[in-house]
Design a protein around this ligand. Structure first.
Ligand code: WT7
Length: 658
């Protein structure tokens, strides 16, 4: 490191606020600080500004209907189609030759779809889906890796008014079956396989395994990603995507008129109980919110090339690879593979090659890049970048500053965006052309949102104190319900701090947070039994039930422990059945396999710790907090209130001598 660089680093280390660069402010989509007051004074009419990003077939009567709260209704009786808004209108407006999707395959091949290419293929596939029997409101499941046919299939569904339910391709066969059964989804789109670090993975066998557990007849479309001869492996009721599209070449499908409140998609996510929740998002509210936040927070412009490195199997990919950017007519980059293939500079190569303007990634990736060292970004010209973003988990100031300096060249604002599957889009973040940045703190709530940090009784707390994050006013991108489970919707999100009798509803996202004197919020993490591994949300109860399903394991507790790259990692504490002592090695292997089979490799335990007992309170509750502290190597507090304090030392000795 040169002296100059060393000085810069030392200065950064000390600095705790950063102003957006003048060059950014001058061109920012939103640069008037008055927007905060304007939205507050003019609420809920302010959300008209979000709806204006879309073309409506029929305008709405009312911005917000609160009469069925907490199931709020936005833009009532407005009519529109999401696929029309993401495709046709841009083609009609003269952008037909602009790239919509630039796809980078892991092995180095690329594909570019202009807006008109994309519209054509979406039309053809929409027509094929109709031919297969898909009708409006049928849920179509997609179990696909990052290939262009995934967004094509999603937009084709949106075109014919069939809600999609995308299941992350890394999830297990079991997870696929659970979601298809819950949604009664009779259609599935999948691939034969995909590439990971150069190896071809067999995805079709996993799909078929899942289909064996689906309780109803299904029709499946298979995309040939590996170039294998599909007809040899397709079963009855399974169709080759290419053949379908060829058979419908040149056909067009009129975009179906959808009501603003009609479901656009379902997305399953983990909660406190073992059963995943089907989060329902709508056409009008969700799409306006995705578009507005892409404009205000990600500062996207139609002429931008933008890259979000998430997977479309998560909400980040839905809102900020697909719907937001395409609603704005931007070029969105989509990468199939991992950041370290063929080398650890793959991301920087993609940015340089595509002249990416705005880049959005996760803290876990940034921590891995930091570990690999700045020599990798230094090999590339990253000067096209104008704005950086992060999402998924808290970012520690050190990682923030590394990102700022080594990727942003100390010249790009960073937006640290807090939100959730349920919120549909960004909620807490700085506006990059207005706000100063404080590394480690996401920032204030967005204009029009009423975010408050409260104590256990729901009272707003003082600056500096830790409390619970709440959202006290509805917003257009919010979930409407949990699919076919309105009761669970109310009990999961609206119970703690609402006053139903007074018709006062407060959304509780199950995160802890603190707020400073300037209203900047630092999110501290989940306060429920959900853990965040590399920005992926996992329910500890789901993992626990997989572990206790393993023969030879009597009881288990699963917690998250600190991890320097993943943020949190999965730790399993397990009690072997009587007579199984001494078989820990094989039990550990079986437990890990059990978790991978029931959820997927993302939930793979870091460590399985065997113990004759779990630490329990006198009333018999497992002391999860204590197990978390042991896993994280934290100082252990007073354990004398336990029924069995002696087990704690035993366990702690096993966990790497913490
Ligand atoms: C949970 C939601 C939002 C898309 C990706 C995750 C955590 C998310 C941040 C952030 C601190 C964050 C929260 C939240 N989270 N973004 N910027 N700072 N924590 O979506 O799978 O629904 O998970 O991720 O704990 O509740 P998700």
């Amino acid at each position: 490191m040169s002296q100059e660089e060393a000085d810069l680093e030392a200065r950064l280390e000390e600095q705790d606020t950063f102003e957006p660069p003048e060059s950014f402010v001058e061109q920012a989509n939103v640069a008037d600080p008055g927007i905060y007051d304007e939205f507050e004074e003019n609420w809920p009419e302010c959300w008209d500004q979000a709806a204006e990003f879309l073309d409506w077939e029929e305008s709405y009567d009312e911005i917000l209907d609160e009469s069925t709260a907490p199931t709020y209704r936005w833009f009532t009786n407005g009519k529109l189609n999401a696929s029309y808004n993401c495709l046709d209108r841009h083609v009609e407006d003269g952008a037909k030759n602009r790239a919509a999707i630039k796809w980078e395959g892991e092995l180095g091949e690329t594909r570019t779809y202009t807006y008109s290419d994309l519209l054509n293929e979406v039309n053809e596939f929409a027509s094929a889906l109709r031919d297969l029997g898909v009708e409006e409101d049928d849920v179509v499941t997609m179990y696909m890796p990052m290939v262009p046919e995934l967004p094509i299939a999603m937009l084709a569904c949106a075109r014919i008014g069939a809600p999609h339910s995308v299941v992350f391709a890394g999830f297990s066969a079991d997870a696929l079956a659970t979601r298809m059964n819950d949604a009664d989804s009779e259609y599935l789109i999948t691939t034969d396989g995909y590439y990971r670090r150069g190896d071809a993975l067999d995805h079709l066998s996993k799909t078929n395994e899942g289909l064996d557990d689906v309780e109803h007849e299904t029709t499946t479309v298979v995309v040939d990603r590996l170039g294998t001869e599909l007809e040899h492996s397709l079963a009855d009721g399974q169709h080759d995507y290419d053949e379908l599209v060829d058979a419908h070449a040149g056909e067009t499908v009129e975009p179906v008129t959808r009501d603003a409140e009609d479901m656009l998609f379902l997305m399953y996510t983990s909660g406190t109980t073992g059963k995943p929740k089907g989060v329902k998002h709508t056409t009008g509210g969700y799409l306006s919110y995705a578009a507005w936040t892409s404009h205000a927070v990600l500062d996207l412009k139609p002429e931008d090339t933008y890259w979000c490195s998430a997977d479309i199997g998560w909400i980040t990919g839905h809102s900020y690879i697909l719907y937001g950017p395409l609603a704005l007519g931007t070029t969105t980059v989509m990468y199939e593979g991992t950041p370290d293939y063929p080398e650890k500079d793959r991301f920087w190569e993609i940015i340089e090659k595509n002249r990416v303007d705005v880049f959005y990634t996760a803290p876990t990736a940034i921590r891995a890049f930091m570990k690999w060292g700045e020599e990798y970004p230094e090999r590339h010209d990253l000067s096209s970048l104008r704005l950086l973003g992060t999402v998924g988990e808290p970012i520690n100031p050190r990682a923030w500053k590394w990102y700022y300096e080594h990727i942003g060249g100390s010249d790009c604002p960073i937006v640290d965006t807090w939100w959730q599957t349920e919120t549909g889009g960004h909620m807490i973040t700085t506006l990059p052309g207005i706000c100063e940045m404080k590394p480690g703190s996401a920032g204030p709530g967005l204009p029009g949102l009423d975010v408050q940090i409260v104590d256990g009784a729901g009272e707003e707390i003082d600056a500096g104190q830790a409390g619970y994050l709440t959202v006290q006013k509805p917003w257009p991108g919010m979930l409407r319900t949990l699919y076919r489970n309105d009761d669970r919707f109310v009990s999961e999100y609206w119970k703690e701090y609402s006053d139903p009798e007074a018709d006062e509803w407060v959304y509780f996202p199950e995160d802890g947070a603190k707020i400073d004197e300037d209203g900047y919020i630092t999110v501290l993490g989940r306060v429920d039994d959900v853990i965040n591994v590399s920005g992926h949300r996992l329910g500890t109860m789901e993992i626990e039930s997989a572990v206790v399903g393993v023969e030879g394991i009597a009881e288990a507790a699963v917690v998250g422990g600190d991890h320097d790259v993943k943020g949190e990692a999965v730790y399993v504490y397990a009690i072997p059945e009587d007579g199984r002592e001494g078989q820990e090695a094989s039990l550990e292997e079986a437990a890990i396999e059990g978790v991978i089979d029931s959820i997927g490799p993302i939930a793979k335990p870091e460590e399985v710790i065997f113990t004759p007992e779990l630490p329990k309170t006198r009333s018999g509750k497992i002391m999860r907090r204590l197990l978390e502290d042991i896993a994280s190597g934290n100082e252990l507090g007073n354990t004398s209130t336990l029924r069995n304090p002696e087990v704690v030392d035993d366990i702690a000795d096993q966990v790497g001598g913490n």
